[in-house]
Design a protein around this ligand. Structure first.
Ligand SMILES: NC(=O)c1ccc[n+]([C@@H]2O[C@H](COP(=O)([O-])OP(=O)(O)OC[C@H]3O[C@@H](n4cnc5c(N)ncnc54)[C@H](O)[C@@H]3O)[C@@H](O)[C@H]2O)c1
Length: 336
């Protein structure tokens, strides 16, 4: 079978993994790399033997490909994704779609008008533990679900690395808010959030947030997220999901993945869920998400994690931010 040729635009921390996963996939191959930083582009492209560029327009002029990952920071998403969509390339867009809901609405509307297949990279939907939670909630096995609790705690590294150009809720909390909406499968009635800002105050952002989401079917969701703890914490992320219903519950402990490594000066709990490398290949939910995208494009089947669902998650983040700034519950802004 002819491999699906995929380009990658933005090959920093996550985009370099996208490129590698396409190279390792039996039904795909990388076609070209774009990064605004020439050295970053070259370093990602050369080991894969593909051409590299610093502009999407040069990629489009020079390479033959069917699809692209757009893994630039969200404030560059629109200007890099739209030329690809207009050229008919199917898109895997990194989350979040844009920094604000208004910019998200513009991107969704303009990408949809091109008719390309588009998926948004909400990787938790491809984590087998979260997939199992979804299957249990949908099957009715959990009875009448009452509450969904989610936690995602990182270290102050998040504030230092990401606080410069993004913020906690839009970059990190959005993963769990998307999962909550996916599991509850019901419109959001209102959102209430309290936040605290110290280390990220110079950037005008929060270091921690507690978000309550009320769904129309009565489910109450609760998210705790932060990048407060010192970098000495043994696991890169402390995550959890707890779904509680009258017929039972699902409880995910993501504080470790059953692996402890002890060095002479440090104990660590490495992540094995998101992009572990085993047998020389990147695995985890990132690879599973890209596999789903490749299969969706090849088979012409609508993907999981659509533009509409990503817009919904962004609208919950938007309501949480409005709630926190006004000290009042907030409703979701409907799509235009
Ligand atoms: N789905 C996930 O689990 C996940 C994980 C990490 C990051 N992300 C998302 O991916 C995006 C990138 O995050 P990152 O951590 O890889 O950032 P990064 O800073 O490590 O990499 C971004 C890269 O994009 C390049 N770039 C910036 N503007 C560009 C432009 N106009 N054209 C081409 N290249 C450009 C930069 O030079 C850089 O190499 C963010 O939106 C982030 O939220 C998603």
């Amino acid at each position: 079978m002819t491999p699906l040729r995929v380009a990658v635009v933005g090959v920093g921390a996550i985009g370099s993994l996208h490129a590698r996963i396409y190279a390792e996939h039996p039904l795909a191959e990388p076609a070209g790399i774009v990064d605004a930083d020439p050295e970053t582009a070259r370093a990602a492209a050369e080991p894969l033997g593909v051409p590299w560029f610093t502009e999407v327009s040069d990629l489009l002029d020079s390479c033959d490909f069917a699809a692209a990952s757009v893994s630039v920071p969200e404030h560059h998403r629109y200007r890099t994704a739209m030329p690809l969509a207009r050229a008919g390339k199917h898109l895997l867009l990194e989350k979040p779609l844009a920094p604000t809901l208004a910019e998200t609405d513009r991107l969704v509307s303009d990408v949809e008008s091109t008719g390309v297949l588009t998926m948004v990279n909400f990787i938790l939907r491809f984590d087998p533990r979260y997939t199992e939670a979804k299957a249990a909630a949908s099957s009715g096995r959990l009875g009448d679900v009452h509450t969904i609790f989610a936690r995602r705690r990182g270290s102050s590294l998040g504030a230092d690395v990401y606080g410069v150009w993004t913020d906690l809720l839009i970059s990190t909390g959005i993963h769990d808010l998307d999962v909550m909406a996916w599991l509850a499968d019901s419109p959001v009635t209102r959102v209430y959030a309290e936040t605290i800002s110290r280390r990220s105050a110079p950037y005008g952002h929060d270091d921690a947030a507690m978000v309550l989401v009320r769904f129309d079917n009565g489910i109450v969701g609760s998210l705790e997220t932060s990048w407060v703890l010192p970098t000495s914490i043994p696991a890169p992320l402390d995550a959890s999901l707890q779904v509680v219903g009258t017929g039972g519950g699902v409880f995910i402990d993501g504080s470790n993945h059953g692996l402890t490594v002890v060095d002479s000066d440090r104990l660590s709990l490495p992540d094995l869920a998101h992009w572990p490398v085993a047998g020389g290949r990147v695995g985890g939910d990132l690879a599973a998400s890209l596999d789903h995208f490749i299969c969706s494009v090849r088979n012409g089947v609508p993907p999981e994690a659509t533009l509409a669902e990503a817009r919904h998650a962004q609208a919950i983040v938007d309501a949480a931010k409005r709630s926190a700034s006004r000290n009042l519950p907030a409703g979701l802004t409907p799509p235009p």
